[in-house]
Design a protein around this ligand. Sequence first.
Ligand code: PEP
Ligand code: MG
Length: 576
Amino acid sequence: MDYSPSETSTAQLRYTGVGVSPGRVIAPLIPMAPPVAAPPEGEPLEGDPESAVERLSQAAASVKTELQQRAERARSDAAAEVLKATALMAGDKALIKNAAKLVRNQSLSPERALWDAASGYADQMRAMGGYMAERAADIEDVRARIVAELRGMPAPGVPQRTEPFVLAAEDLAPADTAVLDPETVVALVTSSGGPQSHTAILARNLGLPAVVAATGVTDIEPGTPVFVDGSAGSIVSHPGTEHEQAVAAWHRVSEQLASFDGHGALADGTDVPLLANVGTADDARAAAAAGAQGVGLLRTEFCFLGRDAEPTVQEQTEAYVEIFRAFGSAKIVVRTLDAGADKPLPFLTDTTEPNPALGVRGYRTDWTTPGVLERQLQAIAAAAQQTEATVWVMAPMISTAGESAHFAQLVHAAGLEVSGVMVETPAAAITAEQILDRVDFVSLGTNDLTQYTMAADRMLGSLAELNSPWQPAVLRMIERTAAGARAASSESGVHKNVGVCGEAAADPALAVVLVGLGVDTLSMSPRSLAAVAAVLARVDLDRARVVAHTALHAASAREARDAVRAQLPVLEELGL
Ligand code: PEP
Ligand code: MG
């Protein structure tokens, strides 16, 4: 793969990465603002203290106003709440009063005085623990914003602009994403991050074209117009007429792919239920509105990211009830907390592990922090009782049939009927039959299954080529899982469902391969439903099996993808 920029004309530079979310746009590129450095300790005041205090108050007031305006424009209630709470902190009179005291009494610069006053608050809040401790990071965010304002620098994090732009970053953290405004951010490009990174997942959720692992994009001069193609994985600076035409062509086909009628099926009528991956009640409502036939993956840890204490059973129940209600009586596959690796939860994970992706993560946290899983199952059961939802529960990061049996036992003890596990490790794929003798269903988490099969960190852009679910080795793991499920089904006389809830399901070409390999249901970000449905509707089961055979026998991920795409002209036709 070519990761380096190549010159196509004197003005144009082309950057190649991995396309992770389709779409084509042209807009100026704006990089993520760098973090704000602490003003030097004891930095002295220059000039008159009263005018410094005045500057301080004005900076705090303008940060407050900006945050309030962003709260009004926020895309979700949750983001609006975060922004409103941060705005309140920026307007906190006691904070400014304390900082003013430091300016007047200790002759500190307003930047340093504010820094010290806010740090004092943050430390106090951390010491209080619980909810207050979780707000300490918000105070630090306000501190950075006010200091940036005083210095006349851009606010840290996602730039706020009124005109559309392409956001360039090394990678995006989940926290950046809550406040990203898809009205103005029209594409995401990163120099790092793999196809299964949070940036990729977020881009698909928002329906934004995105390219990851494109080395050099963060060095492009801010404001330079760029063309982004999220299918081809390319970025071109100073685009020309051919790029404008490519954008116009995308607009024409994307209209055809704007809606899903809520029924996933192949051309021969074989049902392939298409479900949604969600993390919050807002997501669930959006997924239901997009026609999802249920939830194939509820990432419960997303309801509680940033919490430093275990949520109570009551709090959890309320959160799940709100999510379940979005779907009436449809199926909701709830995944128990998948804390660890790139999603640490302070009450469950040890962040000092040398190798967290291979450490105590997911189901394994039940060994080090017993009780949390049982209380979560209790909350899920209570929420199921209070709603009409058809609730299935599954555990992440399972490696053995014994773990599966233990999980099923906990699920049944909580009064829930249907238990399953994620197949995310080669061990689980290889022993799928034995696992399915003990649980009712499996769901392939292809993001982790890929990283563990290929021994390639899913967060690393430099390993993006290895970290592709198109890798024939990964496809063989999927085939093996489906074969195990068939054997367990015929042995027990009960159909054992095989789903896919990793990002692979959202790739329309790969979706055909997955169905051909024997997968029953696909779960993805709601934005991908229409495109996947449109392609499946044009392929029958025999064709899907032939296509899957081609992919399995390819020599590389690239060869598998190219060969499959060549066999599915519908992709080209739909601009996918
Ligand atoms: C996966 O690993 O494919 C998966 C769906 O889980 P997550 O992305 O949350 O690790
Ligand atoms: Mg996973």
